[in-house]
Design a protein around this ligand. Sequence first.
Ligand code: CA
Length: 539
Amino acid sequence: MHRTLSTLGALLALSAASAHAQQPGARTAWSGDVCYEVFVRSFQDSDGDGVGDLRGLTQKLDYINDGDPATDADLGATCMWLMPIMPSPSYHSYDVTNYYDINRDYGTLADFRAFMDAAHERGIRVLIDLVLNHISSEHPYFKDALLDRDSPYRDWFVWSPETRPAPGWSAPVWHRVPGRDEYYYGLFWSGMPDYDLANPEVKAELHRVARFWLEDVGVDGFRIDAVGHFFEGPDGEWKHGPGTHAWLREFSSAVERMAPDAFTIGEVWDSIGAILPYYPDQLDAYFMFEVADAVMDAVRTGSGERLVSTVERVEREVPGGRWGVFLRNHDQTRTLTDLRGDVRRAKLAAAIQLTLPGIPFVYYGEELGMTASKSDGDPRLRTPMQWRREPGVGFTTGVPWEPLPADSFTANVEAQEDDPASLLNHYRRLIQLRTGTPALAGDFVPLQTGDPAALAYLRRVEGQTVLVLANLSDRPLTGVELTSPQVLPAGRWVAEPLLGTAADRGEARVRADGRLRGWSPVRTLAPLEARVFLLRSGR
Ligand code: CA
């Protein structure tokens, strides 16, 4: 499914050797992928009960990727992350009651296997959400441990004779056992008791769970929930507790033995500095929340300085592009809402996200500009996918499990399909550009522009260089001049448009020192405009 530019790449490789060129580093095998995050309950309902399901999702796979590189009416994502699909008493399924089955609302294991086959036929790899930090209070093992102090599962959980504070956490973490002067630990709420992951029996069981999904079912990897909260510290610390890294190392080597090509990406919702100790030998990647915030900040404020320094730091500290680059996920206010409904800024944010290093993750509905605010509650962040202008928006023939947003009749696939300037078609172009352009999975080289509103960077692999140019401000920018460090082989370089119109001054001369100096490829950048160029050696 990767649209490669192999002939061109081979030609460029011939001219790429230079004493001044830095050797681009090796990247993860997943850095050319784009992943689409899906909430199965909200994607497509196949049977009219108002709840999305696996058969519905399978019917809609062509929207995500139709498997044909020659078409461009699909998003072209090469990977999906499914939020939890296991049985659970909660609508979101982040509290699991059976780790070896499918949520009955979504279908059966047979439905899931059929979905996997259909996804793989289209070149889509599938990651499932795996919740290892906690279990459901309705899980039979926890219920047994709660009712019987002699239960074999008692030591699977964390108990205390008294409640204790968790400094800095917003809610009680110790929950009283009914009828006893005893408490159990559940960081998120009483319905999610934490596992005692230090217990070898728990570890062995969770390795069995991973084996079941990787070997018996054949998923391509996991998005692992709440990784920063696996272990608690002695004084009530609720994140990054001792034991976390050793546990992850062991889990990752077990996964590697089971399925050497499997991919794992963890949620550590924290700063870059707090995430760095989770490298280099634990999960394959982690979502970089600070970069997401920096992209949003850049398109909101019109200055790219913080974004560039943040990405540079991640690229310097994190090996091989092993991080997730995203705008918003299922726990956050949606992008367009954050940007006060400004579609131009949403387009710019997407153009930056999908041309940065890291592995891009796009939350379903972001490509339509679906709106939702965290302050209205999490279910509003996870409303049904908006397909068509009709009751049920094409998601269901019944009553949707969660009411649709007021703008669902205008922000939907049908309304945007035929408009070349729509957000949806912008996302399609960007995702296809990303998966088809090896340089966009390569190294990140920021350029000097002399103006914080003019964002410019090169993306490179050996044999291919791409220039990204963006105006973060809502005024036209004229005469932006680009200066690069010593990265390009000397000679004449020609800019060919990959996104947006042709350059005004499409040729650059790189001197023997390997630097671009004062090149102004575009006379005027329109407000909030992003352009992408392939830099072809023209000597
Ligand atoms: Ca259904």
